[in-house]
Design a protein around this ligand. Structure first.
Ligand SMILES: Cc1ncc(COP(=O)(O)O)c(C=O)c1O
Length: 336
């Protein structure tokens, strides 16, 4: 990072951004790539690229990140109507329900332009979404002349488990967003992948949203390091999440955790009702806060239910997993 040459990426003049974008486009078998500051902006740029008519709709899962956690940007900024389909536990949805939600071509109803999928699925405990399902969705999309977008914030964590080549998995999608700043361990940024003409359009939207960056090569180069050993590192990260889930699963006097449901680098657990029901006792938000304050361990208490989410990454060691397990128990025992 210190030695890297930089330029102005708004003018496509940062050599390392160019190298990184070309390398990732090639890696995923897409024509072009675009470096953006965040996954949220990358998803928004891609949905606005896929839905060019104001008031058209995007079909997406009710547990998807785009629908729940991106501040309604597609509606607020993009003038795009979210058409929501119920996600199943495994991150998929019913194909029958998808077919049924296709509207007749009438001016009374918002017409869909894109179907969005997510893999791994953060709202479904990091579930991996199979390629067979993607191909079935693609058949519907093709018939209805719809585009396909993949929120692949943690795609590679999923694909090391699914044992599918990245370029094979992303083939059915017109646009794909990959976060560099999550499991891949880069300091900042996401990349959006797709056809040359779509990425050119997305680049214009990025500029409009204030996402054009100067001297961005300094962070973009980190992706080249991350993609050197991604398949080894991410496999280990997934194993660390499983290890913590197994440790917590055995603590069945305090927490509920289902290790078998952990598919990637994400796990959730709940405090048992015998703990939360006691007057003045611990809830999931307080547990998360105390873990941060007393042990510097960052976890996410759910906004929608009483789960705590833990995510592993390349800087979390096997020893850290054991420390986290102990810290969780320590905080619980001190507060019951
Ligand atoms: C599945 C998914 N998509 C998109 C994002 C958004 O990424 P960012 O936080 O970089 O905006 C996240 C962030 O956690 C995510 O989990």
């Amino acid at each position: 990072m210190v030695k890297c040459a930089v330029g102005d990426d708004v003018y496509e003049d940062d050599p390392n951004v160019e190298v990184m974008q070309d390398a990732l486009a090639e890696f995923f078998g897409k024509e072009a790539a675009l470096y953006l500051p965040s996954g949220t902006q990358s998803n928004l740029c891609s949905i606005m690229t896929n839905c060019r008519v104001k008031g058209s709709s995007a079909i997406l899962g009710d547990k998807s990140h785009i629908y729940n956690y991106e501040r309604g940007g597609m509606a607020a900024i993009g003038s795009i109507f979210p058409q929501v389909i119920s996600n199943q536990q495994d991150g998929t949805f019913s194909l029958e329900a998808l077919k049924k939600m296709m509207p007749p071509p009438t001016e009374h109803i918002a017409q869909p332009s894109v179907i969005c999928l997510e893999n791994s699925h953060g709202g479904c405990n990091g579930a991996t979404v199979g390629l067979d399902f993607v191909k079935e969705v693609k058949k519907v999309a093709k018939k209805q002349k719809l585009r396909m977008h993949l929120d692949g914030a943690r795609l590679l964590n999923a694909l090391v488990e699914q044992e599918i080549e990245p370029h094979e998995y992303v083939k059915p999608f017109d646009t794909v967003s990959i976060c560099l700043s999550k499991g891949l361990g880069c300091p900042v940024g996401s990349v959006l992948l797709g056809k040359e003409k779509d990425i050119y359009y997305a680049r214009n939207i990025r500029k409009m949203l204030g996402g054009g960056m100067r001297q961005a090569g300094m962070t973009a180069v980190c992706a080249l390091v991350a993609f050197d050993d991604w398949n080894v590192v991410l496999k280990e990260d997934n194993a660390k999440a499983k290890q913590l889930a197994h440790l917590l699963e055995s603590e069945n006097d305090f927490v509920a955790c289902e290790a078998a449901s952990v598919k990637t680098n994400m796990l959730t657990f709940q405090l048992l009702p015998s703990i939360t029901k006691k007057k003045g006792s611990l809830d999931h938000q307080t547990l998360s806060r105390l873990l941060k304050e007393q042990h510097n361990i960052l976890t996410l208490p759910s906004f929608f239910n009483d789960y705590v989410r833990v995510v592993t990454h390349r800087d979390v060691t096997v020893e850290d997993v054991e420390t986290t397990h102990k810290a969780i128990l320590e905080v619980i025992k001190a507060n019951i």
